[in-house]
Design a protein around this ligand. Structure first.
Ligand code: C2E
Ligand code: MG
Ligand code: MG
Ligand code: MG
Length: 280
């Protein structure tokens, strides 16, 4: 087989490609139906203050329970939704559900919602949807945090700044998600005022073993001290990883070690147990 010799490019079409195209087309149609049929749900993963173990916020993560294909990962269906006009409907469903669930959490806990760059490309629609959702769900804007990825900053920096400013004036906060995996430069940390920066799992989880990654992470924490944002380490799975992150001075973390994404009832029950144990 001739892989990367330019000449044979035309012969690279394979039956698997047709199959994967078919699956994408199918999923796009089924997503639309699934949204109406309530096949989607949100799971919430705690974000924890390492020193105290206190849950400071919860990240809403979208789940699709497909009636035939079973559970499909957002890593597969979000990109498909982004290539159609479905992402805005899906994204607004997420915002509404998360805002509704937010009011069930203690007053010192906030909620993080992932927002697609495609939603940011329709700023008028996004801002008015958020306004309406906050009002209808009676949710405090100050406890709602939007997670953006670096690509939204690269796409259209001017418009993104303007949209962020407008949403911030409503009270919302912002996290920069998956930091270190995209194309944004460190300068973006100064230009955009993020409340939190989330260090991607690929860096955060190897800080104990990889000196170069540790240097990067320490630099981000140093910038955080100077510029005034808060750093979150993503994807910590064991105690050694947590200890290595704690040693860098990063205050917040998220990962299976602290808790899996789970339905709102489970998260609510955690707080109820905590309250009981404090009053006992
Ligand atoms: P993300 O926003 O970076 O979310 C973190 C992902 O890491 C989640 O995957 C979470 O389940 C996973 N994770 C958390 N702790 C650990 C850990 O200790 N180890 C490992 N290996 N993984 C961990 P998930 O739920 O599959 O979501 C994948 C991505 O899909 C998200 O990455 C986000 O980019 C996107 N996504 C999820 N929900 C939404 C949504 O409502 N809207 C949009 N636009 N994107 C979403
Ligand atoms: Mg996220
Ligand atoms: Mg992330
Ligand atoms: Mg990620």
């Amino acid at each position: 087989e001739s892989k990367s010799t330019g000449k044979s490019r035309v012969s690279l079409f394979k039956p698997e490609m047709a199959a994967s195209f078919r699956r994408r087309t199918e999923l796009e149609r089924e997503m639309r139906e699934g949204l109406a049929a309530e096949q989607f749900e949100l799971h919430y993963q705690p974000i924890v203050e390492i020193a105290s173990g206190r849950i400071v916020s919860a990240e809403a993560l979208l789940r699709w329970n497909h009636p035939v294909k079973g559970r499909i990962s957002p890593a597969e269906f979000i990109p498909i939704a982004e290539r159609s006009d479905l992402i805005s409907d899906l994204g607004e469903w997420v915002l509404r559900r998360a805002a509704g669930d937010l009011v069930r959490l203690p007053a010192d806990v906030s909620m993080s919602v992932n927002v697609s760059p495609m939603q940011f490309r329709q700023p008028r629609r996004l801002v008015s949807a958020i306004r309406q959702i906050l009002e209808e769900e009676n949710a405090p804007a100050e406890r709602l945090e939007l997670e953006l990825t670096e690509s939204v900053l690269v796409d259209d920096p001017e418009q993104t700044l303007e949209t962020m400013r407008e949403l911030r004036s409503l009270g919302l906060r912002f996290s920069l998600d998956d930091f270190g995996t995209g194309y944004a430069s460190i300068g973006y940390l100064a230009t955009y005022s993020f409340d939190k920066v989330k260090i991607d799992r690929s860096f955060a989880s190897v800080v104990g073993e990889n000196e170069a990654s540790r240097s990067v992470v320490e630099l981000v924490q140093h910038l955080a001290d100077r510029i005034g944002f808060t750093v979150v380490a993503e994807g910590l799975e064991d105690e050694a990883q947590v200890a290595a992150i704690a040693a860098t001075g990063i205050p917040l973390a998220q990962g299976y070690f602290f808790g899996w994404p789970e339905p709102i009832d489970k998260l609510e029950a955690r707080f109820a147990d905590l309250a009981e144990c404090h009053s006992a």
